[in-house]
Design a protein around this ligand. Sequence first.
Ligand code: RFL
Ligand code: PHB
Length: 389
Amino acid sequence: MRTKVAIIGAGPAGLLLGQLLYSYGIDNVILERHTGEYVLARIRAGLLEEGTVTLLDEVGAGQRAHHDGLIHQGIELAFGGERHRIDLHGPTGKTVMIYGQTELTLDLMNARRAAGLTTIYEADHVRPTDFETDHPRVSYLKDGVTHEIDCDFIAGCDGFHGVSRASVKPEAIKTFERVYPFGWLGILSDTPPVSPELIYSNHDRGFALCTMRSTKRSRYYVQCPLDDHIDQWPDGRFWDELKRRIDQKAADTLVTGPSIEKSIAPLRSFVAEPMRFGRMFLAGDAAHIVPPTGAKGLNLAASDAHYLAQAFREYYDERSSAGIDAYSAKALSRVWKAVRFSWWMTSMLHKFPDNGPFGARIQLAELDYVVNSKVAAASLAENYVGLPF
Ligand code: RFL
Ligand code: PHB
């Protein structure tokens, strides 16, 4: 088989890149290790920047998001028993949209199917090769038979544990990492959200986040030890812990119910540099990971896909390599700012085992400053709604 761009991974980065390329007339094939159903069952992000929604619109997949997504103009920070609102819209003119990653993925999958583009699900042993030459190839095993795709370029959109970054010679890549000493235990429940806007809570017992998927479905997280297992967290224990970490008014109005999903995710900041290796380019979680506190992971996957699609468009339409040459630096410049913001939000809001009482007071001073300084609040808002791309 031959295609212009072979994309590894059918998560948000791969699917969005595929649709953007299609809209520029650039044919592409996606290879995905799992089934489509498996990809759709992963409960992850829930918050889209305006820039991400614009990209969905650009590929004609934004209709359902506009219909079902919830527009938020602010968030709340809770500490010291009180909630304080951060206005997102006032200082930035922008809003964010609550719309689940599963829904966005489904919309992109449907758009891809409608366009008649090839996605090979359950592709085993995917291997990008020869990307340092002018004739890169991707091999894979499907139903016991080995296949090969000849292409002009490979896009590694295969997430943090994917094969693309792992295929690069160690001396060609530099990585930066911070692993946080705790995880997030998340549950999904068919109960109305406790409050119309998201609540990020700093508490002595640890961080908590109240978010949602719709007006009828809530998503809640509590900071937990890294080695905890979900079996240790029956629903009753989760709700009790959440109530203790949020303000009294929220605890009194919280509607609890059976969880329909429960999982623990570790928190990590990670960046690989560069994001280009000859004719292979990394995008999304394949190149970088941020802790979810800033709601940036999915949105970075979207901005990478945008930069990369523009670069390929320039290559094919204008016979110019300027875009592909600039891709890595351009993407990394936005990535590092989101890494910085996510690290900062994480540092300010979580209980760190080694910080002690001094560290806890510094966090409270910082929160107090952020909610009372127009300038600091505007800076948080500017980063939260997403820096331009
Ligand atoms: P994905 O979604 O991991 O998709 C990669 C795809 O590649 C496939 N794959 C392979 N395919 C073929 N061959 C191989 N060898 C392969 N290896 C892997 C995988 O099966 C998969 O289908 O990466 P992508 O596309 O870069 O998208 C990134 C986002 O999924 C991620 O950044 C976000 O979910 C992060 N995130 C959040 N981001 C936000 O912007 N806002 C949020 O509110 C938000 N909340 C979150 C989050 C992530 C969380 N977890 C679980 C880590 C909340 C949580 C709890
Ligand atoms: C979510 O809705 O899952 C969500 C929202 C905001 C975050 C993290 C997760 O910062």
